[in-house]
Design a protein around this ligand. Structure first.
Ligand code: M6R
Length: 619
């Protein structure tokens, strides 16, 4: 949830650290701080509550000098987002400085223990416990060896954590470690310099050769040299992997917000999601990295989809795809529920984890549990090299490019493409889907990016969504209704609105409306109905009638040329006619645009909504 950066080399550390923090700000943005150290071990710490701009102003005024340092952007877990809780935190003598992403679950016990020994705490954070623990072992038992003091301290911590520390006594060294599923630590080096960061965008402008630290590993980082070991001190050989993402992809590219860019680039991200998976001539889907042979697929008894948030809603649509095209029963579980409900898992199950980041703590834990209990596992994931890619037996990469906006958009549509590919693939390998059906679906997939591009171009040209935002930005509540696959789209649309506009919105199965929610409808309560012309279209039309009979306003995501809804609904959000399995991927686009334009109209920070962070690496 927090962002960590580290730099050591020949250049001024402060601007490099600030640039890295800017690229990680999506991970947390309630306070930030950095510590810069020169070669004599003199350290300057700057911290500020609020957005990164506040820290940047302080750094500019103070000009910290030094060619090594660590930085942090925070999403508060322990203690309010005020300056004294901002990282870095230091040992009592100020010699050891620490930034952390994660949670020290036994921090109350450790704090009491350290207090009894005379340690004084200046913050409410669990991070300060780590700094004090390292200090204690450094002076008692580890003979002034920072590396070993850190190992001893880490052995006392419970809970997932990623930590970077530095010491005034060893000014040409940073030490990073990772324990459990706490957001990543990526390390990269380049002639005479070395970089650390929670996530690749902070490093990509320096190097595209990156190592992702595994849980239980430590990196001792010196200029141009990184040494890897286990927490018990055994050396580990880690070879950097080349990353296909570029620094430019991780920039805003002229858009006001990352979310806007990520919505409008979906023609390209959908094309990329298909890359390498279609054998058009033979009407086949290729999923080489899934690592499941035809025999195993034929014996599959059940698929369990595990995910959180937007990825979970993708899973709800995946259930329709897999049951109808692959003929296999599917359960979709919130990863956070699955991991604690003692699930019945068998060796003929396939657990599919869907996660943009590949670092969501609940999804990692749920996939790990399914694997421990004997299921084959696969990840639908966007971030290359993320933890889930190493945990699961197989991978279907989203290939959507970096998604920085906290509200997920292009990763959702890429996940839907991957789920459709998976359903076709299982149908193909088990013989349940014939070549003709596969051919139709492949044609539909090939047409998808063009359709999405045309929809988005028309939306931009017409200014429809900015006008709708003008009308609806003062609404206090919305209901979103859909049926079948579009029930999940209704829920995703409502989530987008909630998280970036702070307007209450509920996504509901349209058929359940009459069992309660219809009581909410009046002139003040608009309803978004997702009603393209599909197999449940007539049922959706009845819903619209019922809402209109109660004087509710209706915004309808409708097929272009739908004369009935053009007359019955108050506003139409058009999408093109398409194959029924492609429709949900198109139907979500107007809802992304609607939420985005309302947030803009309200003057909100679209990319950094309050209380949220992009990767939820804590429970
Ligand atoms: O990285 P993941 O796909 O595992 O993230 C899951 C959710 O945290 C994420 O989808 C969240 O709900 C987004 N803010 C939705 O826009």
């Amino acid at each position: 949830m927090c962002g960590i950066v580290g730099y050591i080399g020949e250049r001024d550390a402060a601007p490099i650290l600030l640039d890295g923090l800017r690229r990680l700000e999506y991970r947390g943005y309630d306070s930030a701080g950095l510590a810069v150290m020169d070669r004599a071990g003199a350290v300057m710490v700057q911290r500020a509550a609020g957005k990164l701009g506040n820290l940047a102003q302080r750094v500019e005024a103070a000009h910290p000098q030094g060619d090594a340092g660590i930085g942090h952007t925070r999403w508060a877990t322990h203690g309010p987002p005020i300056e004294r809780n901002a990282h870095p935190h230091s040992s009592p003598d100020g010699a050891i400085l620490v930034v952390q992403n994660g949670i020290v679950e036994n921090f109350h016990d450790l704090r009491a223990e350290l207090r009894a020994e005379g340690y004084v705490f200046l913050s409410d954070t669990d991070t300060e416990v780590i700094a004090h623990l390292i200090h204690r072992f450094y002076h008692n038992g580890c003979g002034g060896d920072l590396e070993w003091a850190m190992r001893c301290a880490l052995a006392r911590l419970h809970g997932p954590n990623a930590i970077v520390a530095m010491s005034k006594d060893q000014p040409r060294r940073l030490i990073a470690a990772r324990l459990g599923h706490a957001g990543g630590v990526a390390a990269g080096e380049r002639a005479g310099e070395a970089f650390l960061a929670s996530d690749m965008p902070a490093i990509l402008s320096h190097t595209d050769e990156i190592v992702h630290l595994e849980s239980g590993q430590m990196a001792v980082v010196e200029p141009g040299r990184i040494r890897y070991s286990t927490l018990s001190g055994d050396a580990v050989e880690r070879r950097p992997v080349s990353v296909a993402w570029t620094a430019a992809e991780a920039d805003k590219g002229g858009y006001a917000f990352y979310m806007e860019k990520e919505i409008y680039e979906q023609a390209a991200s959908l094309t990329a999601a298909l890359r390498g998976h279609l054998d058009v001539e033979n009407r086949r889907v290729e999923l080489a990295a899934l690592n499941l042979d035809a025999g195993k697929l034929a014996a599959l008894r059940r698929v369990t989809i595990l995910a959180c948030g937007t990825s979970y809603y993708a899973g709800l649509i995946g259930k329709h795809y897999l049951e109808r095209l692959a003929g296999v029963p599917v359960e979709v579980d919130y990863a956070s529920e699955f991991r604690y409900r003692q699930p019945l898992v068998r060796s003929d199950d396939l657990a599919v984890a869907i996660t943009q980041s590949g670092e969501t703590a609940d999804t990692l834990a749920a996939a790990e549990l399914a694997k421990e209990r004997g299921a084959a596992t696969a990840a639908i994931v966007n971030v290359e090299g993320s933890q889930i890619t190493r945990l699961c037996d197989g991978v279907i990469p989203m290939q959507a490019g970096p998604e920085i906006g906290v509200a997920s958009t292009k990763a959702f549509t890429a996940a839907l493409v991957d789920l459709l590919l998976l359903a076709i693939y299982i149908g193909q390998e088990t013989g349940r889907l014939d070549a003709e059906q596969r051919g139709e679906l492949i044609e539909a997939l090939l047409a998808l990016p063009g359709m999405a591009g045309a929809l988005l171009d028309e939306a931009r040209r017409s200014g429809r969504y900015a006008r709708l935002a003008e009308t609806f930005h003062t609404s206090r509540n919305f209901l979103y209704l859909g049926r079948g696959m579009h029930y999940a789209i209704a829920r995703e649309g409502a989530l987008k609105l909630k998280e970036i506009t702070y307007i209450h919105a509920e996504g509901y199965p349209a058929g359940e409306m009459k069992h309660g929610p219809i009581a909410l409808i009046d002139e003040e309560w608009p309803t978004v109905v997702v009603a393209p012309q599909d197999r449940v279209y007539d049922k959706m039309v009845s819903q619209v009638e019922q809402i209109k009979a109660r004087r509710g306003k209706v915004l309808a995501v409708a097929s272009e040329g739908d004369a009935y809804l053009a007359g019955a609904a108050d506003y139409v959000l058009p999408i093109p006619a398409a194959n029924e399995f492609i429709l949900p991927i198109l139907a979500v686009l107007p809802l992304q645009l609607f939420a985005y334009e309302i947030a803009r109209r309200k003057g909100l920070d679209v990319d950094q909504p309050r209380n949220l962070a992009k990767s939820v690496t804590v429970e």
